[in-house]
Design a protein around this ligand. Structure first.
Ligand SMILES: [Zn+2]
Length: 288
């Protein structure tokens, strides 16, 4: 399942292929993905220029401009969504694959295919200038890589919270785009026991504790490193099959149940527990 770094990598891959181009045709091969497509989606966007592609949390924001209008297509990759770019020459030989649900035909002959076997992804249109107020977006907390996400913010949101810190960090209202994998990795690097209450991040006066001050830059570093790794794989990916968004990171805790902890001199193994239906991987010796 793509998390923030993967979505950011997809954005960076799509941007040079789409920005400034005009959408000639939008092919919708079904009525819906997770949500039904707006009935006038193709008619609204065809002939428009793609002015920019931004990201908010795990949402891709494709801004479509015409002389009068500026609608935004909000996209989400769900569990298995994938964009593939076909250049003008590649597009001539493109064979339709199963689960190719949406195709963007651009004015330079580029074709961008959205494939999604499980169909948890979606593309929904936000009216002019209203994407920030869209119900999917409006309640999301600060972007983790901006200055809005800092120890003071995290402490304020954590004060008195008795729920475990793992689930707390997955709450999109507290911080945007953090998913299961990167929360596990951040708690491992910060040596925080994922079963501890979120309130360990705040003092009685709602100020950041030492743990909180340690954790925030670790979250930022882990995401930034993953985005950097994704960026470095972009070229390779583009050369092989044009697929964007799924590249293999190496994780130190996530998915490593039963393997030796990577911390120097730690003799313990990574264990897996389930918190709110999701797997948490951690070292019971390092993470206190
Ligand atoms: Zn350990």
């Amino acid at each position: 399942m793509p998390e923030l770094p993967e979505v950011e990598t997809v954005r960076r891959g799509l941007l040079p292929a789409m920005k400034g181009k005009t959408l000639v045709k939008l092919e919708l091969n079904r009525k819906n993905l997770r949500f039904e497509f707006d009935s006038d989606l193709a008619a609204t966007l065809e002939g428009r220029q793609i002015a920019d592609i931004e990201r908010r949390s795990k949402y891709l924001l494709m801004h479509f401009h015409s002389a009068k209008n500026k609608e935004t297509l909000i996209g989400h990759l769900g569990m298995s969504g994938k964009f593939t770019i076909f250049s003008h020459n590649e597009a001539k030989m493109r064979e339709k694959q199963k689960h190719d649900h949406v195709v963007f035909y651009l004015d330079d002959g580029t074709e961008i295919v959205y494939n999604d076997p499980r169909r948890f992804g979606f593309l929904v249109l936000a009216a002019q200038g209203e994407w920030q107020a869209h119900k999917l977006i409006r309640d999301i907390g600060p972007e983790p890589l901006t200055d809005d996400f800092d120890a003071a913010h995290l402490a304020k949101k954590s004060a008195g919270k008795s729920g475990n810190i793992k689930n707390h960090l997955l709450n999109q209202k507290i911080v945007a785009g953090l998913g299961n994998i990167y929360v596990c990795e951040a708690l491992f690097r910060a040596k925080i026991d994922p079963t501890k209450p979120a309130s360990i991040l705040a003092t009685k006066a709602d100020k950041p504790t030492k743990v909180c001050i340690l954790l925030v830059p670790i979250v930022k570093d882990i995401l930034a490193e993953a985005i950097k790794a994704g960026g470095s794989t972009l070229n390779d990916y583009r050369q092989t099959d044009g697929n964007l968004g799924y590249f293999q990171h190496r994780f130190v805790a996530y998915g490593r149940e039963g393997e030796d902890c990577v911390t120097d001199n730690c003799k313990a193994q990574i264990i897996r527990i389930v918190q709110s239906g999701r797997s948490t991987f951690y070292c019971p010796s390092c993470q206190k």
